[in-house]
Design a protein around this ligand. Sequence first.
Ligand SMILES: [Zn+2]
Length: 570
Amino acid sequence: MRRFFSGAAPLFAGLFLLVPDALVYAKPNGDCRDADLILRNAKIVTMDPARSVASSLAIRNQRILATGSNADIAACAGPRTQTLDLQGHTVLPGLIDIHTHAIEWAKNLLRNDVDPGYPKVHSIAEIVKAIGEQAASAPKGKWIRGAGWDESKLAEHRYITRKDLDAVAPNTPVWLEHFTGHLGVANTRALELAHLTRDTPTPSGGVIDKDDAGEPTGVLKDNAQSLVQAVLPPDPPDLALKAVRLVTQKALEVGLTTIHDICLPADAMRAYQQARQEGWLKLRVQMAPLVSSVTEAQAQAAAGVYTGFGDDYLKLGAVKMFADGGMAAKTIAVYEPAAGEPGNLGLLIWRPEDMQKAQHILAAAGWQLETHAIGDRAMDEVLDSYQSVMKDLGLKEPRFRIVHAGLSTPAIQKRLRELHVLVDGNPAFVYWLGAFFSKYGQQRVRWAYPAKSYFDNGIVAAGTSDVPVTPISPWWGIWALVARREMQSGQILAPEERVTVVQALQMYTCNPAYSGFEENQKGSLEPGKLADFIVVDRDVLHVPTDELKVVQVLKTFVGGELVFTKAVPR
Ligand SMILES: [Zn+2]
């Protein structure tokens, strides 16, 4: 009895159903011989357009030769072919995360002195205690740094302030970044080193948080963070390279074979380049630089490189811009303020005419555009700009992207569809940040990080972690797409936006491959594509929903090469 599945549907639209016991196999083509490696006795979820499932797969020269039955693919073997019997295990295309801050996350893991993040700590008191212990032994001039705090998961349910930190670190500078990256808190010593006082002008696109007496609280939002970041001690020269090693290891062990690393500074690009040159970059990476002004856009365009330059392992991706801030920082640009925030319509980081000018320059120079926008007002600003750039330059479907698209109302979705703008969504935010959504009212919770309506409306959306905002494991996102459960209340947010497991997988395979102009190379296991795939410990198409977040990856292959094997406990 063969137990395979198939179903037919257009690649990027609507639902497709898996029909048990129907069998669609790609026949090995005429050239299927002398395979380097054959997988057999597997349940291979190919994610091809027919959504077929195969039991065997042949690989040669880093690419897939054929998929099919054990008997069909046996014919692809030659004298030097290796065979791997997977004993019924499930195989999936390598997973793709097109929005990570992977190097920055890894650098933080390597350099930080304290971990103020959930689940390590549960209160400001615990964070203060940890800072106090560090300060007691810190040599003069040493900074204490940490990243990852989230007030919604702290007992006090408020921001940390400089006064909390001053109590235990009066002479040692402290800088603690929020898990969203949209704010940070400095103690008084750090503010002194940054020459930041009550009279410091607010940088554009930023907020210096102040108390009722007009004194800085130590909390700096969005662009205002740069006031303190500018006086942080420089990193050791080898930190970026160590971060590449850590990222590679962490990504491959959770089943990611391609990531896009966003807002990359030059040292991180050089480190990836060195890893590629030395031959040990086993993860595929698209590097996305950040542009924050028209001047930077001009410089980026003048450099003469653009999206797609590179090879199968390392290439330039899109160029990233920020249109608004973060939900937790209350700086997303909205039409109606959140509860308890009268008059706060958030932050538009760019003047609309400047955004349009910068994006025009970049698109004309060959760059794909990806712009962070969470609030509906910010998304409209970005869509206005994209629309005018596409019209001016006569671009039909340049695959411009909106990063996050947090409050994606029906009116916004209509524009996304009409302009063929893609979404880099964040399914795991529903679980990890869902508590913030409710401040924006039920109507907007309904449209927060939707997924099903993207499928229904023919909008190509990918699932991304935005690590360090949520954990790097894509299984959190895959689970959250199917479950949509919020962490603190346990409530299912907008249950009508739940999708099937296959749709969830699509958002981590074919869809992100398309967003990265790589749909002919990856995203499904089909002849001619790169042999990037993973072996997992359970049949993901048929497990109880809550098991999706604990799926373990047993083996990861990139270009047919085994690059990760899970250690078996003895
Ligand atoms: Zn991000």
